[in-house]
Design a protein around this ligand. Structure first.
Ligand code: PLP
Length: 389
């Protein structure tokens, strides 16, 4: 009998039923019945190179061959140092902290920002400003900054001094950010919240408000970072740099890894012992992550994402014209299709036809194909989707 029978001891936090996946190759996955699916979820923006990519497989093999899978933070290793160097060489950042997930990266970024702000601004400078529609994860700090009352309510009380503001109300945003603000956290494109781009002007405005108030600007690039939008960082489209950035999802090609990238002035306030992670930045994940980052950062992949963007933009505009969807929003290979009706039945119908997609809120279908998806595969997926719609 299958280990995933109805008596499975897996905690019931995800909605059944879903196919039981047993293997993957490229943009395809195969279920326990031998059925193949075109995967436009990428494990929710994680499998940026698709499934079983030789870069990931080879890096994992070579890391395993060292016999040094884990050392803890008691020791330094070369893969973590090399990965940190790669990240700072290609970003605004000067220092990197490694952890194991997106929520942990957000948690770390908020702690570092508060540590810096209270050090330079006094103990009152501890407020956190986040935005309506934003999603930052499920740990207590990240959840406190996440605008989902239904996710928050069962776990109250959450972290105090977190304010959630409507990004569409410039006066409320300006009022919220002041001398008692330690950090402002924002996704350059709100992904889980329905794929809403925050826009260059908005991010530039936040930068100015943070500078005036002495607050740290934190970009949550867990979903938009590392090539998803066609540039290495989602914020590059805006020309605005943060003080801290949270990364995770695609970082280690499917292995759990997160990172916080910090500007030097923030890092200067962090003392030994302020924060830690036993598993963070271990040599196995870091070796795979460096190989993945080098591949994602290549012109080949980033250009493919920008080509896909142009193609999808036009194809989705056609879906709107033909009345299949209400609106298409996105950038690169992160797209939200506003359906004007519940998205979950469309996800189920697409799966029945061999296409895996996910949602971003109740009425938005989200497309997250691997970054190396070909235009032919995109056409195959969108054609299937159009049939369903
Ligand atoms: N931040 C953003 C923008 C996300 O999209 C997510 C997950 O979807 C997270 C944080 C949390 O990441 P994780 O699920 O790895 O904790």
């Amino acid at each position: 009998m299958s280990a995933l029978a109805t008596t499975s001891p897996l905690l019931g936090v995800y909605r059944p039923p879903s196919p039981v996946l047993v293997s993957g190759h490229g943009t395809r996955v195969v279920d326990s019945g031998g059925r193949e699916y075109l995967d436009f979820t990428s494990g929710i923006a994680v499998n940026a190179l698709g499934h079983g990519h030789p870069t990931v497989v080879e890096a994992a093999r070579s890391a395993l061959a060292t016999g040094l899978l884990h050392t803890s933070n008691l020791f330094r290793t070369e893969p973590a140092a090399a990965l940190a160097e790669w990240l700072v060489d290609r970003s605004f950042g000067d220092r990197v902290f490694f952890c194991n997930s997106g929520a942990e990266a957000v948690e770390g970024a908020l702690k570092f920002a508060r540590r810096w702000a209270t050090t330079v601004g006094g103990p009152e400078r501890n407020g956190i400003v986040a935005f309506k529609g934003g999603f930052h994860g499920r740990t207590m700090g990240a959840l406190s900054a996440t605008d989902r009352p239904a996710y928050q309510a069962p776990f109250a009380p959450l972290v105090s001094r977190v304010q959630i503001v409507d990004p569409g109300d410039p006066h409320a945003v300006a009022r919220a950010i002041g001398p008692e603000t330690a950090a402002v956290i924002v996704e350059p494109i709100q992904a889980e919240g329905g794929v809403h781009e925050m826009g260059a002007d908005f991010l530039a405005g936040l930068r100015e408000l943070c500078d005036d108030a002495g607050a740290a600007l934190v970009f949550d690039e867990v979903q938009t970072g590392l090539g998803r939008t066609g540039l290495l960082w989602g914020h590059e489209w805006s020309g605005v740099a943060p003080d801290l950035m949270a990364l995770a999802k695609p970082l280690a090609g499917g292995l759990p890894m997160g990172a916080v990238v910090l500007a030097e002035h923030i890092a200067d306030a962090i003392q030994p012992g302020d924060h830690a992670s036993t598993f963070g930045g271990g040599p196995f994940v870091a070796t795979v992550a460096l190989a993945v980052c080098e591949k994602i950062g290549s012109a080949e992949i980033l250009e493919n994402v920008r080509r896909a963007d142009a193609w999808l933009r036009e194809r989705c505009a056609g879906l709107v014209e033909r009345g299949r969807i209400v609106e298409a929003r996105g950038r690169g290979l992160l797209w939200g299709l506003e359906l004007g009706r519940p998205a979950a039945p469309v996800v189920d119908a697409a799966r029945a036809r061999g296409l895996l997609v996910c949602t971003a809120g109740q009425e938005v279908l989200r497309l997250l194909p691997p970054l190396n998806t070909s235009l032919a595969e995109l056409e195959e997926g969108v054609a299937l989707l159009e049939e369903v719609l």
